[in-house]
Design a protein around this ligand. Structure first.
Ligand SMILES: [Zn+2]
Ligand SMILES: [Zn+2]
Length: 444
């Protein structure tokens, strides 16, 4: 069968289930859950996958699930949809915990489901050479550190990011190529971003430890942990002029506990810090500077600081050959023209797809169909077909391109790809940079 005929069958299957795909996305929108709490959401995906007659693998990364097109072993393409929501209490659809799908992950899951319908229900998959896994993955947003640290301490997960966790558990060992979309609001007349480069980051959970005393009659006997935190923020600000523009550095800090009683010199103050940069080397270098800034603050007041470092996500770099297949499909089957695309988007935002892109070719498309900024109260789906259905078609058509005719296109992409890490090196890198540093500044 010609490739164009396969693509037509695939599009027909998706068009015939258009309403079902849209309703599935809307149903997911009703139960927003944060990362590693996506129990209801995972159940909904499992039951939709089962309805397609598929055997579903569950708990792939604590939550999450997957179906696979069969036993053909290689190449293996993964189509990914993310399960977690964010918190945005000011959004009109936020639930009582403030949770809402204002990052469009519910749309991703509809895209995932729709592409599975297109490739599996149509029977097209049987004419291709290779395998497709449809994966609903947890915990992309790097938030809610307290809950995730608890899961880590209980031995239930090892990493904050769902893709990191699945990789660690060996769930991605057979996968050669990853594909996914995020939604974006376009205000410049464009309709699709083909390639992205994103910052990676490290997280620091920081505890300044001083000595309590009466704030009125004996402050001189105390060691003020809040003053240490204030100094730390100033030290970090003093460093900002040393950051190179091309490294796209962002250092964000919040105080999560600033003391308990106003008439007691606070002996414990906690902070969370995120250190973002455009390359892995820059992340490590800037992170060291921030550590010195924190220790200097403790040193000045003869207090201590406990710094809990952890690799957040690694920088993303998408594979241009791979993304171009999606772009061509958007032109041929999605009515877009060359002017509608932004070829490359460089951003200081981050995603755990970045980690996967250090090991294997990744495609990350920014698709249209939503309005309002991501993670804001204005976020909403503007056009159901464009958001829920069109990317499902384009993902499926791109799989056809990759696996048609002895998977020659997938193999060419894999041949020219240069990995920055093997899985073993990657996990060693994460472990090496995850540690607790306790600095005692009481002595010279
Ligand atoms: Zn997000
Ligand atoms: Zn997202």
């Amino acid at each position: 069968m010609l490739k164009e005929e396969l693509k037509k069958l695939c599009i027909e299957a998706i068009d015939n289930n258009k309403e079902k795909i849209i309703q599935f996305g809307k149903n997911i929108y009703e139960t927003p859950e944060l990362g590693y709490k996506e129990f209801k959401t995972t159940e909904k995906v499992i039951s939709a996958f089962k309805d397609l007659g598929q055997e579903v693998e569950t708990e792939i990364a604590y939550t999450g699930c997957r179906i696979s097109s069969g036993s053909k072993s290689s190449p293996v393409i993964a189509v990914i949809g993310e399960l977690d929501s964010i918190i945005c209490p000011s959004h009109k659809d936020a639930n009582s915990d403030g949770n809402v799908h204002a990052c469009g992950h519910h749309v991703q899951l509809a895209n995932l489901y729709g592409s599975a319908i297109g490739l599996l229900n149509s029977g097209v998959i049987n004419k291709l050479d290779g395998r497709v896994d449809f994966i609903a993955i947890p915990s992309e947003e790097c938030v809610d550190y307290g809950y995730r640290t608890k899961l880590i301490n209980e031995g239930k997960i090892k990493y904050f990011g769902g893709k990191q966790e699945a990789l660690y558990r060996g769930k991605f060992d057979e996968i050669d190529i990853y594909m996914q979309c995020h939604m974006k609001d376009f205000d410049d007349g464009k309709k699709c971003i083909v390639n992205s480069k994103c910052d990676g980051f490290m997280t620091k959970i920081v505890k300044f430890i001083g000595k309590s005393s009466h704030a009125g009659f004996a402050p001189h006997e105390g060691i003020n942990a809040l003053n240490m935190a204030n100094l730390a923020v100033n030290n970090i600000n003093a460093l900002r002029e040393t950051f190179k523009d091309e490294d796209k550095v962002r250092v964000s800090a919040i105080i999560t506990n600033g003391g308990d009683l106003v008439n007691v010199v606070p002996d414990t103050v906690c902070m969370e810090i995120m250190v973002r940069a455009f390359t892995t080397d820059a992340i490590i270098e800037i992170n060291k500077k921030i550590t010195k800034a924190l220790k200097a603050a403790a040193f000045a007041l003869s207090g201590s600081v406990e710094i809990n470092d952890r690799v957040g996500y690694l920088p993303l770099k998408t594979d241009e050959k791979l993304s171009n297949l999606y772009k061509k499909n958007m032109i041929e089957y999605g009515n877009l023209s060359d002017d509608d695309f932004i070829e490359m988007y460089e951003t200081a935002g981050s995603t755990d797809l970045g980690d996967l892109s250090q090991l294997k070719p990744c495609m990350h498309i920014w698709a249209s169909g939503i309005t309002g900024g991501l993670h804001t109260a204005d976020f909403k789906v503007g056009d159901d077909y464009t958001a829920y259905v069109l990317p499902a078609k384009m993902l499926a058509l791109t799989v056809i391109d990759l696996l048609y005719n002895n998977a020659e296109k997938a193999k060419a992409i894999l041949d020219s790809f240069k990995a920055n890490f093997t899985k073993k090196e990657y996990l060693e890198f994460l472990d090496k940079n995850t540690f607790i540093d306790l600095f005692d500044g009481s002595d010279l």
